[in-house]
Design a protein around this ligand. Structure first.
Ligand SMILES: C[S@@+](CC[C@H](N)C(=O)[O-])C[C@H]1O[C@@H](n2cnc3c(N)ncnc32)[C@H](O)[C@@H]1O
Length: 239
């Protein structure tokens, strides 16, 4: 497999001991093991439940959005990918809830179902191992904008990733992109048009989609006076 280079941060401030314990004990239980080259994940035993649908969140940051969706939709299996280990630790703390202070445990918060899997790395590593049309929803929320033109190829919504996302999205699935960087939204729309296999299905990009759960980044942006832009894409129908 071609080596993919990740350009974001992998580590921030020191992780406190209770979160480190979650990384040591809970994370291995929730991290899928990559199959051998040429094989795909066995989705029947992927989650601790038999999910009605599977959703993907790319770059979950502190994981609040994944954790909240997973609680709100206990019958949905959610895969979250994030290489920033402090963010992974934060998601684990959200999933683990009041058990945070326990030591060598692999517990989820009481009452929470086992419907989240975490890839603590670049989501692109997983793409070849997912079966076609796996995801009903794919979330790319506040992706790093990489504003300099010379970094444009680092922007997540790009031609290479759109080809993967098209293969992985269910025929009636949707991709949700949110950003508060207007040039990034324009870029994403251009990239999707260039790809030619999706259509934008929301008319009012200032209006959050139904049942929208804001991310931490979104809340901070709104407080700071930035305006979210929501883009929802579906596969073009093949009629
Ligand atoms: C600006 S942050 C937004 C975090 C979160 N979605 C939110 O809205 O609060 C973008 C995140 O995407 C992650 N990211 C960037 N490229 C990624 C990739 N290829 N796979 C997984 N995560 C990625 C970064 O590590 C970073 O945490």
């Amino acid at each position: 497999m071609k080596e993919l280079r990740f350009f974001g941060r992998r580590k921030g401030k020191a992780i406190k001991q209770s979160k480190q314990q979650l990384i040591d004990y809970l994370l291995p239980r929730l991290t899928p093991v990559l199959p051998k080259a040429g094989e795909q994940f066995d989705m029947t035993h992927f989650f601790g439940i038999q999910p009605q649908e599977i959703w993907l969140e790319v770059g979950f940051g502190g994981g609040e959005h994944v954790a909240e969706l997973a609680k709100k939709y206990p019958n949905i299996g959610i895969i979250g990918a994030e290489p920033f280990i402090n963010g992974v630790a934060s998601l684990l703390a959200h999933l683990n809830g009041s058990h945070e202070k326990a030591t060598t445990h692999t517990d989820l918060e009481e009452g929470r179902v086992d419907n989240v899997r975490i890839w603590p790395d670049d989501v692109r590593d997983m793409f070849p191992f997912f079966p076609d049309k796996l995801f009903k929803r794919i979330f790319v929320l506040y992706p790093d904008p990489w504003p300099k033109a010379r970094h444009a190829e680092r922007r997540f919504i790009n031609q290479a990733n759109l080809i993967h996302l098209n293969r992985l999205l269910a025929d009636d699935g949707q991709i949700f992109v949110a950003t508060d960087v207007a040039p990034y939204a324009e870029w994403a729309i251009e990239q999707v048009a260039l790809n030619g296999m999706f259509e934008q299905v929301n008319a009012d990009t200032a209006q959050p989609p139904i049942d929208w759960v804001p991310t931490r980044y979104e809340k901070k942006g709104i407080e700071a006076g930035r305006k979210p832009i929501y883009l929802v894409f579906a596969k073009k129908s093949m009629k």
